[in-house]
Design a protein around this ligand. Sequence first.
Ligand code: 26Y
Length: 793
Amino acid sequence: MKALIVDVLRHRVGKDERAAKPHDWFQAAVLSVRDKIIDQWFASTRRTYDEGGKRVYYLSMEFLIGRLMRDAMSNLGLTRDVENALRDHGFDLAQLEDLEPDAALGNGGLGRLAACFMESLATLDIPAYGYGIRYVNGMFRQRVDDGWQVELPETWLAHGNPWEFDRRESAYRVGFGGEVLEANGGVTWRPAEQVEASAVDTPVVGWRGARVNTLRLWTASALDPLRLDAFNAGDHAGALAEQVKADSLVRVLYPADNTPAGQELRLRQEFFFSSASIQDILRRHVQYHGDVRSLPEKAAIQLNDTHPSVAVAELMRLLIDVYGLEFDEAWDVTKATIAYTNHTLLPEALESWPLPLFERLLPRHMQIVYAINSRVLREAGRAGMSGEQIAAISLIDEGGERRVRMANLAFVGAHSVNGVAALHTELMKSTVFSDLHALYPTRINNKTNGVTPRRWLQQCNPGLTKVIREGIGDAFLDDAEKLTDLNALAGDAQFGERLAEVKRANKVALAAHLKQVMGIRLNPDALFDVQIKRIHEYKRQLLNLVETVALYDQIRSHPERDWVPRVKILGGKAAPSYHNAKLIIKLTNDIARRINSDPSVGGLLKVVFVPNYNVSFAEKIIPAADLSEQISTAGMEASGTGNMKFALNGALTIGTLDGANIEIKDRVGDDNIVIFGLTADEVNEKRANGYNPREIIEGNRELRQAVNAIASGVFSPDDPDRYKGLMGGLYDHDWFMLCADFDSYTQGQRKVDAIWQDEALWRKSAIHNIANVGWFSSDRTIGEYAREIWGVK
Ligand code: 26Y
């Protein structure tokens, strides 16, 4: 390895050892590891071709893969070799690793799930391609200026990307607009504009190098990137306009869609990557298997939420207009090939496009959507459904401005529709999809999410991994469910001591990192209480903050009590146009400034907002957490996956009976998790029968004082009215039922304190958490998809 790295440094990076900078060494190390991957990659691909097996295609708008260096080294068993080789050259692997930018091609849980799934697919030796967009800037980088979020473009490609391979030979044209021509029985779409989608491939290595799959991301270029005639005529910018327009397709993830232009761009992005992917899948299929009719036997296409659901219409179009199938035949092939995963029930996240926009951009697809719709509505009529039910099932929302409902399109175009946790799946059946479920009662199924234990235990927490190996041997490295062997050690004081030492070391490391990036000092012996996730009102960061203010008040009023020292760590990005979410970030920072500088709390309470929370930050924070905050309003968090990562790293959870928290509780046991608050049924019932938050606030002194302190400007003396509206919302409607759950949450937190004060009890609970969440490995989840949805071995 040592010789290989020097050879690569000289001949591929083009640097002399003496002149090479750390980044050159990093580059050389990555390319050396990559060379090892490539042979396995070819072998995997060849094996799939030879066996003629079925392939899985995972279509996703997001792949939040983060850094790849440690993942690749660790899964190939090269970490030690690379570490030693670099040390011989005078470099520390950990330092070089920090030079790798995060591939921020996603925004949250759905994107990280896609990344964990890709790794598990390779681990389980399932031939698979991930398909998405190669965003040049991806998710914005968050800076915090005076407590406010500021969005900056993420320039993750500034120094090139050593992991990717340009595949210009795999390029497809994607059209927009134009007209539909009918001639001698056939239909052709003549688009007004076209762009070229070309493939950029990244290898994805499975555990122990079992298989290397491909993440294929599309980039866009104009068919005529430089109009030389216009350029020579002096129109230098105009000559490049086509290329600029193509570029805008692959610039950022979720461009703001509060303008018509923004909406159009997102629909264009969705069609761009869906069309290129479907064309690529069909080309490969026809090349190796001849007939498109056998597609369902050789390909399973999974839609990651509705963002790629226009793929249903695109597959139909290609089968009918290009491959000459009859509508019915094409419909059978499409449904048998496609499956759809839903990740949220929030109405604002259920995509629908204004019909005029859809029709203008995709006129042929509009016809196909109408044809599918009339078929589905006929089926509903035959099943005796009411007018109201038929209106709910329709692919077209006729209420007010007509819109195309992408979730309904995905639902009817798929043979399987799955939720991501048990409660979420039941709510899909009883709420948003109740009428579609009545019409197609076997289609909805559950696949509870999982996370890859390679990244989220072995790589991010080598200390814990080592202690577990010493305790129960190595079997859990290949089968996370073997972690249950740890249950036998829950009462072993020595083992508990070793775990506690690892946790403390991780906290010291996190504290050092936060000292470096934020200049703040944290006490590693305090309880590290963490809430890291996208900022959203339903996730209730505000509940955490109001409780923090109440606690601050209590500590000041009763300094003599035996308070547990706590560090509250929060982090996450707010959508750029989401006003309240941005205000919650500012409030966190305002509260932090006040509390952290108040000598009267004497270091018993600290609040930290970590800027630019991302995958590699999560890898540092989660191993250092004592307490995991999973406190969404019940019924609103589809699953959560952070909850699983924290428990796997020995944190206790304080949480509501929401998403996968329920299944975590069932596995770790009621004594090892702190559950509080309303159930989803109770939330519904309250919403239906009138809910009066004002009464609750007025009846609870702690809550009232905290809310009023925030509302009156105690934390924002520079702008006392800053939080009037936010707090007014709690009095007036409190949609997310913070007030209803406040008392129970506070009691839960005091229960956490009590467990913490009993060191042996806390350690035992932490062990039961680690031991019993192996089931939440994405290997288990992918195994279920493979058997029950895809029909692959
Ligand atoms: C732009 C818009 C329509 C949109 C874009 C992204 C809507 C939703 C999303 C992303 C949703 C998402 O990340 N959902 C999360 O998926 C995780 C994986 O299944 C769940 O664990 C988590 O509860 C859910 O919020």
